[in-house]
Design a protein around this ligand. Structure first.
Ligand SMILES: *Cc1c(COP(=O)(O)O)cnc(C)c1O
Length: 458
């Protein structure tokens, strides 16, 4: 018989989680004003709110924690991280930061000014936030296929070269300080960018002399998709693919809470020493001295080790395989999920799932609450509540898609947990026709309301 797939690691330390009763969960979610961010983590059985900083570190990463050098300047931990970035990603210069958005803040402080345009595939919300904060504009040049949740395309994160060329040719190059390519594209569902596309974007950008930076939180997952989907890469190692990917960039920002499998950390890396020097000033101002910038020595050590483990095929196959395992279970039972499955998360189309609820009553949020009540599983709403109000009219913005996201922490849950999650959602799916009413907002913040919004059942 053919030997089945099995995880590429075993468990050395465990953390208890407790099941609750439906009655307890109904009480807790009402007390949390039907906002899942307000729940305490011990009120959640399986937490799929995010894959950011929620991964399980390995024995080797924990061993590295003990070896951390906490010297203010010139710590050996800094050089460990420098070597890992040079060897795995290929960049000579880098600045450590406390997380991904801090890397964006440092880089954009050096590059982006009022009135600028920053084209790319769909920018992540903190990236867009840092661009708009500087009164510049993020221009979305993603291929059209990305916006249809049912079209099968292997690289839905790709940039439409025509759209990009239009932006580059219609505007003075002084107004376009940088192109940002997000790998994988988080905002369009963890969808990858092909090597071919990275190469072509870089070529086009070079013609206009505009630098390309990768927003690289899930670069290793992107490399896995290149290996398994793109012609010519099946026999290359993930580390070879990663090296080639970054050869088509002038630098990168990184949220290490994703593919470097640490709980906190980030960095910005550069090919060009002059730009590195320019950004260094902002790193010292906002993050910390050049050789620690917002990270402790032990965290830099764990990050260096995590970059190595995160770019191993066996690990990525286990991780992305688990995401697909959950997605396929849901699909087999008719649950409307986005395809192809993303690298880090499964997205459920809430409008198709709960077709009785009017959009004014927050369809995706209603579904996230039902799933929590059913099985203690926490997902996140990516729908009307997150889309917020129009800044001028103050009316709700109703996005094309009402989604909930099930993001899987790295190396944390087993496939039994995935069976439990799938059964929870399938149970709600089977009683979907009885769910007819949603929620109304009783209190909300003027921006980023989803974190603190308070709701009442209608
Ligand atoms: C998470 C993330 C960020 C921001 O990183 P933080 O570590 O959360 O500050 C930026 N870009 C992408 C694509 C991300 O997924």
């Amino acid at each position: 018989m053919e030997l089945p797939f099995a995880e590429s690691y075993k468990i050395k330390m465990i953390e208890s989680i407790r099941k609750s009763t439906r009655e307890e969960r109904e009480e807790w979610i009402a007390a949390a004003k039907y906002n899942l961010f307000n729940l305490r983590s011990d009120q959640v059985f399986i937490d799929l709110l995010t894959d950011s900083g929620t991964g399980a570190m390995s024995d080797k990463q924990w061993a590295e924690m003990m070896l951390g050098d906490e010297s203010y300047a010139g710590a050996s931990s800094f050089f460990k991280m420098k070597n890992a970035i040079k060897n795995i990603l290929g960049f000579d210069h880098f600045l450590p930061t406390h997380q991904g958005r801090a890397a964006e803040n440092v880089l954009f402080s050096a590059m982006v000014k009022t009135g600028d345009l920053v084209p790319g595939n769909t920018h992540f919300d903190t990236t867009k936030g840092h661009i708009e904060f500087r009164k510049a504009t993020a221009v979305d040049c993603t291929i059209n296929e990305a916006f249809d949740p049912s079209i099968i395309h292997p690289f839905k994160g790709n940039i439409d070269l025509q759209k990009l060329e239009t932006v580059l040719s219609n505007n003075a190059s002084e107004r376009i300080p940088v192109i940002i390519v997000t790998i994988t594209c988080n905002s369009s569902g963890g969808q990858p960018v092909s090597m071919q596309n990275l190469k072509e974007v870089y070529k086009l950008a070079s013609q206009y002399k505009i630098p390309v930076f990768f927003d690289s939180a899930r670069f290793a997952e992107n490399a896995y998709f290149i290996k398994t989907r793109e012609k010519g890469y099946a026999d290359k190692s993930i580390k070879q693919i990663v090296k080639e990917m970054f050869s088509y960039a002038d630098g990168m920002t990184m949220s290490s809470k994703k593919d470097a499998i640490v709980n906190m950390g980030g960095f910005v890396a550069f090919k060009d020493v002059e730009l590195y020097k320019k950004a260094s000033v902002y790193n010292i101002m906002f993050e910390g001295y050049l050789t620690y910038g917002g990270m402790s020595g032990r965290d830099m050590n764990a990050l260096a080790q995590g970059l190595d483990e995160g770019t191993e095929f066996a690990y990525l196959e286990t991780r992305i395989g688990q995401v697909a395992y959950l997605g396929q279970k849901l699909l087999d039972h008719g649950v409307p999920v986005l395809v192809p499955f993303g690298g880090h998360a499964i997205f459920i189309d809430a409008k198709k799932f709960l077709s009785n609820i009017p959009r004014e009553e927050y369809i995706a949020q209603s579904l996230a609450v039902e799933i929590y009540i059913e099985g203690g599983v926490r997902a996140v709403e990516i729908g009307t509540i997150m889309a917020d109000r129009d800044p001028i009219t103050r009316e709700n913005r109703y996005p094309e898609l009402e989604l909930i996201r099930l993001a899987l922490p790295r190396r944390v849950y087993t496939n039994n947990h995935m069976d439990y999650v799938a059964a929870t959602i399938i149970n709600v799916f089977e009683r979907r026709n009885q769910i007819k009413r949603g929620y109304k907002i009783v209190s909300e913040a003027p921006i980023l309301r989803h974190f603190t919004v308070e709701l009442e059942k209608i």
